[in-house]
Each structure stands twice: as C-alpha cells, then as structure tokens.
Write a protein that binds this ligand. Structure first.
Ligand SMILES: [Zn+2]
Length: 151
C-alpha cells in the first residue's frame, strides 16, 4: 500500500534521499512547499481530543482532515497528520495494530477496490453501509387466503 514516504518525495531536481532525515509525516509539508513555492507554518504540539482513523483508499493509506475535509496520504511509521490545506495542526492518526493484516484483506483486489476502514471508524463519509442480510421472500401459502367467509 502506498504510504506518505512513497508519494511525498523530493522533486526530480533534488537528490532522491534529500528528505531522508525528515520524519515521514512531515514530508507532505516539504512536498506542498515545493509545489506551492511558499513556506508553511510549522505548528508544534497536537490537536487535543481528536483522533483520525486511517483508511485504505484505492491502495493508499489516507486520513481525512476533520476541519476542511481534505485528505492526504499518511503512514503507520509516523502516525500523525498536519493538514497542509487548512493548517489546522497535528492530529493523531489511528492505524490498526496489525497494518499488514488490514493490507492483506485488500491487496489482491484491483487498486480501485483496495479500500479498508477501521472497524471502530463510524465517521468515514465514504464507508459503505454494513451489509444487510438478504430479504426473505414472503412465504406464500399454497392455500387461498382465508377471508373468513363461509363457503
Ligand atoms: Zn484541513
């Protein structure tokens, strides 16, 4: 599965390992600064009381910003997210204890169907509703309905 360190990489004009000392969750900030050609503020600390659930979306580990609904690629190797769209601060990102097991549930699917949600995450807008048991056909009596009249 694609993680932050796979996608937020230095531009081709720089050595591929130029950001090797940048923590994986912070590489999106460097990447965004390169793309936008401007500096971003660097908040410290963590937004308290908010935990974001990581999900696998089309083969990527993704978390959504609760402030602006933007999303970015995250990594279990540095489970934090700083939204570079609204600059909302650092959020704690919750990954499953066994990320390999979560990845294994979808890795044989086509990329567009490699989607996984944390069982505890009931906030994801794109999560399909739980499957309902199939409706049973109404039981049909072989006898005509008894309308109560004497015959
Ligand atoms: Zn945001």
């Amino acid at each position: 599965m694609t993680r932050a360190e796979d996608i937020y990489t230095p531009p081709p004009s720089r050595p591929a390992d130029a950001w090797r000392l940048v923590p994986p969750a912070e590489r999106v900030v460097r990447w965004y600064e390169e793309m936008a050609q401007r500096r971003l503020p660097r908040p410290t600390g963590t937004v308290l009381g908010v935990r974001l659930y990581a999900q696998i979306n089309h083969g990527r580990w993704v978390a959504g910003c609760p402030e602006c609904n933007s999303a970015q690629i995250v990594t279990p190797d540095d489970p934090r997210m700083y939204c570079v769209e609204c600059l909302s601060g650092w959020f704690v990102v919750v990954f499953p204890t066994d990320t390999a097991a979560a990845e294994a549930t979808v890795e044989r699917q086509p990329v567009r169907e490699q989607n996984w949600w944390n069982p505890d995450d009931d906030t994801a807008w794109n999560r399909p509703p739980p499957e309902q048991p199939p409706e049973r056909e109404p039981t049909r009596s072989p006898l005509p309905a008894d309308d109560g009249r004497q015959r």
